[in-house]
Design a protein around this ligand. Structure first.
Ligand code: GYE
Length: 321
């Protein structure tokens, strides 16, 4: 039995003995390791990547959904190396832990493009380039809004902080901007930092549990829209009002269409944009490498904020994701 199955495996690799047999050589073969499908942002990101790296645009895409587990991303990357892809695109779940697997890709001569969150590696030659958002700047925009909305003479500002996946750049930087602001403002305090893993279900659960013993708070600083949706449900169940005319003001990151709709309704006070449409950006990077150009290593995407008193129906309607 053992013999048979190992024969089968080697049979497979024999069958795929040359790259030419495996892939149409007019196509650029890309292995994309995606974090998961934890949020609306992530789904829009996947759709954008799959849309841009499609066959009519010159690509053969191997897609892997890591279901929010870094070990799955290691497996996917090793598999892409074995499959002899031309490029690996990595949307890393967290910043650390990439050294060995990226070195394996480098040794195999496969360039890696990192998207969305960053990787923290000592040897930056382990990846070719990165494209994504300035998550610290996003956090700073949220803080500026709080500073304008709650002037210095506000007695106290109690903040409930809902954090995304620990160790992800989006979490680290959005949290950093808030924590720095709290240390600058004597009257601001973080009531609790709850771990919501960027999902609606977890956002709901941790806020619901927190409310059982809470003595109240003024602002919810939620590091993504899906956790916000979950938190809003928990607040509703607890009979706590929120939004434009409510007791709790809500700040939410991503600004997906559903969040913008809630902002227009006055349920979310501030939506900080995080753009997930990286597919065409990655396509441009690959085309540049294929043409022998050397695009810049880091590209940041421009982003804005929406507030419930200035958002319009047109802004909601024109949202692509
Ligand atoms: O904010 C969140 C997603 O890394 C920017 O991950 C991304 C974040 C985004 O799950 O919704």
């Amino acid at each position: 039995m053992l013999c048979l199955s190992s024969l089968f495996v080697s049979g497979c690799s024999l069958f795929y003995s040359s790259r030419e047999e495996k892939y149409d050589d007019r196509l650029v073969v890309v292995g994309f390791s995606q974090v998961g499908s934890e949020s609306d942002w992530r789904l829009a990101n996947t759709a954008s990547m799959v849309g841009a790296l499609r066959e009519e645009n010159g690509y053969r895409l191997l897609f892997d959904n890591a279901k929010q587990k870094q070990e799955n991303q290691y497996l996917a990357i090793r598999n892409f190396i074995q499959q002899d892809v031309d490029y690996i695109v990595l949307a890393p779940i967290s910043e650390t832990g990439w050294e060995s697997v990226l070195r394996e890709a480098k040794t195999a001569g496969i360039p890696v493009i990192v998207v969305d969150r960053q990787v923290s590696v000592e040897d930056e030659s382990l990846y070719q380039s990165w494209v994504g958002s300035d998550f610290y700047q996003e956090g700073r925009m949220a803080v500026s809004w709080m500073e304008e909305t709650f002037p210095e003479n506000t007695k106290t500002l109690r903040i409930l902080h809902l954090q995304g996946t620990e160790g992800a750049t989006a979490q680290i930087m959005r949290s950093r901007a808030l924590e720095e602001a709290v240390s600058r403002h004597e009257n601001w305090s973080i009531e609790a930092s709850l771990k919501g893993e960027f999902t609606e279900a977890k956002g709901y659960e941790v806020v619901r549990d927190f409310l059982k013993s809470s003595t109240g708070f003024d602002v919810l600083y939620s590091e993504n829209d899906n956790m916000t949706f979950g938190a809003m449900r928990a607040l509703e169940e607890a009979g706590i009002s929120f939004g434009e005319n409510g007791d709790v003001k809500i700040i939410s990151f991503d600004a997906v269409k559903k969040a913008l709709e809630l902002c227009l309704e006055g349920k979310i006070n501030l939506c900080v944009e995080c753009n997930p449409l990286h597919g065409p950006r990655v396509d441009r990077l690959i085309k540049a490498y294929e043409a022998g150009d050397s695009p810049q290593k880091f590209s940041y995407v421009e982003e804005i904020c929406f507030t419930c008193d200035t958002i319009t129906q047109d802004m909601v309607d024109s949202r692509e994701y």
